[in-house]
Design a protein around this ligand. Structure first.
Ligand SMILES: Cc1ncc(COP(=O)(O)O)c(C=O)c1O
Length: 482
């Protein structure tokens, strides 16, 4: 054995010399895998065998978290194999090349039409929309349109346009704050209550003025999965319009809720049925059940999308209207969103969302009965997720529990709530389609085991402290009698 006669350094040197000498990509690949670090900065001088490169990279990526156990994310991790086939067949199409790939773009139009109907766009209007990389891009585009519309209206009235503001709650995703900063709009961020984690209608009213470009609301918040009182805010905005003449639109961030609520809570009014809801975003890659990254932005009516935000591009052949922040993106996500809509249909989505909600309630009931957890979204659930705190008598915090669950492979985030409730630390389990009832039982057992093992650790530390204190006392006693 070479390794028994050479030191590690000598062995490494020998391998590197061998690599220099060998022109065989397999030998070089083996050496690259076993002896060298993967290239970190420089492109390798010589090629490596593709099988070996694949193996090296996929082997390293196995160290990533397991997406099936990632209960932090809403994002789809598995699709039907026919959807996978379509995804790969179209992976090389750049969606922006509308002239070369018109059918991909027509498919987008059909998805937009279907979503607009699902969200009750009035038939006498002309709903339009666009696909985006995710809800984040869709939200930025929607809010930009509101800023433009507000400015146009103010300019027509010969009023100042230097102080636009936007109102939303602390319950929003970070992209709302990005919009305010990147696009120079004053954010009026309304605090949550200590026990109420969505917008307060009166507080929204107090903060409105003639410079408010839009009120932002969320259907299924990132923090607790609850929903802002969208219908009540709409009613209040109707009154304000009547009293003061301010016609302030609502944007609904339905990133997660947009593919859940229409199917299992059809009576909840949150969409274009409400007079002030002018724009809606939804993430296809969440409960739309498509791989990342796809989102959609919908306008209730073409008139709400300002013409001067649409760019006509002619350098790919033909003239293409675009309303996006980025340019190139893959066509596969748009196409597979269409696949899901056709394949599942209304009944399919309804069935799946009901099943997710059943399993969510099953887990949340088990957890509540254990006496160790307080469920935060028991009454107000519109998304299949369990948001919870630890019971007051539990002697450790959610961050410790999150760490302990990570050791078992489960990824369950722990975080503090925003302003006014920042002293409350919670955890969130997102129930996705990959999680079977059996896995939910395993998850629950792992949660209980994790709690017990942390309690055992605390006990043993306390016993150790106790022992040290007793030793100290007995030493003092011994010293005093000697
Ligand atoms: C309510 C809400 N809005 C926006 C986003 C951002 O969505 P995306 O990841 O699709 O860009 C999220 C992501 O979780 C979200 O929960």
């Amino acid at each position: 054995m070479l390794s028994s006669v050479l030191s590690d350094e000598e062995l490494e040197e020998l391998m590197l010399e061998l690599e220099e000498l060998s022109d065989d990509p397999i030998v070089r690949s083996l050496l690259a895998f076993y002896v060298k670090r993967s290239p970190q900065y420089e492109i390798p001088e010589k090629p490596l065998a593709p099988d070996m490169v694949y193996y090296m990279i996929s082997n390293e990526l196995k160290l990533d978290g397991n997406p099936a156990l990632n209960l932090a994310s809403f994002v789809t991790t598995e699709m039907d194999e026919n959807a996978d086939k379509l995804f790969m067949e179209n992976a090389g199409k750049n969606f922006i090349d509308q002239d070369e790939y018109p059918y991909s773009n027509w498919i987008q139009d059909r998805v937009i039409n279907i979503l607009a109907r699902l969200y009750h766009a009035p038939v006498e209007l002309e709903p339009v929309g666009t696909s985006a990389i995710g809800s984040s891009e869709a939200i930025l585009l929607g809010l930009l349109a509101h800023k433009w519309n507000w400015r146009k209206k103010r300019e027509a009235e010969r009023k100042p346009v230097d102080k636009p503001n936007i109102i939303f709650g602390e319950d929003v995703h970070v992209v709302w704050k990005k919009f305010a900063r990147y696009f120079d709009v004053e954010p009026r961020i309304l605090p949550m209550g200590h026990d109420k984690f969505v917008l307060d209608v009166d507080m929204v009213r107090e903060n409105l003025d003639e410079n408010t470009i839009c009120v932002g609301t969320v259907l299924g918040t990132t923090f607790t999965g609850e929903t802002d009182p969208i219908e009540e805010i709409n009613q209040m905005l109707e009154e304000v319009k009547e009293e003061k003449g301010w016609d302030i639109p609502i944007h609904v961030d339905a990133a997660s809720g947009g593919f859940v609520v229409p199917f299992i809570f059809p009576d909840v009014k949150w969409d274009f049925q409400l007079s002030h809801v002018k724009t809606i975003n939804v993430s296809g890659h969440k409960y739309g059940l498509v791989y990342p990254g796809i989102g959609f932005l919908l306008f209730q009516d073409k008139a709400d999308l300002p013409d001067d935000l649409i760019f006509e591009v002619n350098y790919l052949g033909g003239v293409m209207p675009t309303y996006n922040l980025n340019f190139s993106k893959g066509a596969s996500t748009v196409i597979t969103q269409y696949f899901n809509l056709l394949n599942l249909g209304r009944e399919g989505y309804e069935g799946l969302m009901h099943v997710l909600m059943l399993n969510t309630n099953y887990l949340s009931n088990l957890m509540e009965k254990s006496g160790k957890f307080k469920i935060l979204n028991k009454e107000s659930k519109v998304l299949p997720l369990v948001a919870f705190e630890l019971d007051d008598k539990v002697p450790f915090d959610v961050f410790t529990l999150s760490d302990r669950m990570r050791q078992k492979g489960w990824i369950i985030p722990a975080y503090t709530l925003p302003k006014n409730a920042e002293d409350r630390a919670i955890m969130r389990i997102v129930i996705r389609l990959t999680l079977s009832r059996e896995q939910i039982n395993i998850l629950y057992n792992d949660l209980m085991d994790a709690c017990e093992s942390i309690e055992r650790d605390i006990d043993s530390v306390l016993r150790e402290i106790d022992k040290e204190e007793k030793l100290e006392l007995s030493k003092k006693f011994h010293d005093s009698i000697c």
